[in-house]
Design a protein around this ligand. Structure first.
Ligand code: PMP
Length: 286
């Protein structure tokens, strides 16, 4: 079934969903995005994604074209029109098409380009990869210095994913100055006893919406949380490791650079957090 895609005010069949070749998203990667999961036809942590969207736009001096209530109505309409039960909603907002190509932002600003599309993933929360756990390798983190802004500039994470694929593993953890920053499209964690260790928030990593919720649930479940950087060696010697993202939720990591983590099986704490996260977030899904 062809999807219906929202483009600048209209829902159109995907073959007709087009933007200008002069769009700054295409020419300059001048745009931001959000990925929100859908479970049972409902949006997971919609409010969290709205807050980060507003922040990403503000950091790039772009005006938010919609209120949170308007975004909610558009997201819901896109999910309904495409009959998505489980899957993802992708929102892309770029600085639009000023006509001529120019490094300077258009002044006055031109209307942003807004695209919303869905990807259906039946059984998203029961992914076999989550039960088996992921194997990861480490790669250098050579991305730009504002990783806290969720821009569409995803070439290096995409290259790192290809390095992981070539090594027959599931993902790559990026390392800068000897310390893990994050996964290609997820936040990284290790576990020692009852303590969860994950890098503190800064411009060096994306402020994961799933990260915020998972750390809140962990504290509520009397787990200890320490926000600081860690090395690959420390991770290899940890009891458990895991990642979080809006589409992978909490997924255990069982091997890092060919070294098994803990028993080499998904860890109990990661599995428990995954269960809590999915239970709690489905209760508040809208
Ligand atoms: N870090 C990076 C680099 C990412 O691309 C993502 C996913 N967009 C995350 C972390 C996780 O963020 P979230 O939990 O909001 O999906």
């Amino acid at each position: 079934m062809s999807r219906l895609v929202y483009v600048n005010g209209n829902f159109v069949p995907e073959a007709e969903a087009v933007v200008s070749v002069f769009d700054r998203g295409f020419l300059m990667a001048d745009g931001v995005y959000e990925v929100t999961s859908v479970l049972g036809g409902k949006l997971i942590d919609f409010a969290g994604h709205c807050v980060r969207l507003a922040r990403s736009l503000a950091e790039l001096d772009m005006t938010n074209p919609h209120s949170d209530a308007e975004w909610l109505a558009l997201f819901r309409q896109t999910v309904e029109l495409n009959a998505v039960v489980d899957g993802m909603v992708y929102l892309q907002v770029t600085r639009g098409n000023p006509g001529d190509r120019d490094f300077a932002y258009p002044n006055p600003a031109v209307p942003p380009t807004v695209v919303i599309f869905t990807q259906s993933k039946p059984g998203l929360a029961q992914s076999p990869a989550a039960k088996a756990g992921w194997k990861v390798i480490s790669v250098p983190d050579i991305r730009w210095g504002r990783r806290d802004i969720k821009t569409v500039q995803l070439l290096y994470p995409s290259m790192a994913k290809m390095v992981a694929k070539a090594a027959h593993v599931d993902d790559a953890w990026m390392v800068e100055d000897g310390m893990v920053t994050e996964g290609t499209s997820n936040n990284a964690y290790i576990v020692k006893g009852n303590r969860i260790i994950t890098r503190h928030l800064s411009q060096d990593i994306l402020h994961g919406i799933t990260r915020a919720a998972v750390l809140r649930f962990a504290r509520e479940a009397q787990m200890e949380v320490e926000e600081r950087p860690f090395t690959i060696a420390e991770a290899q010697g940890a009891d458990e490791a895991f990642i979080t993202s809006a589409s992978a939720f909490v997924t255990p990591v069982i091997e890092i650079d060919e070294t098994p983590v803990g028993t080499g099986n998904p860890g109990p704490l990661a599995l428990r957090l995954r269960e809590i996260y999915l239970d709690e977030m489905q209760k508040t899904a809208i």
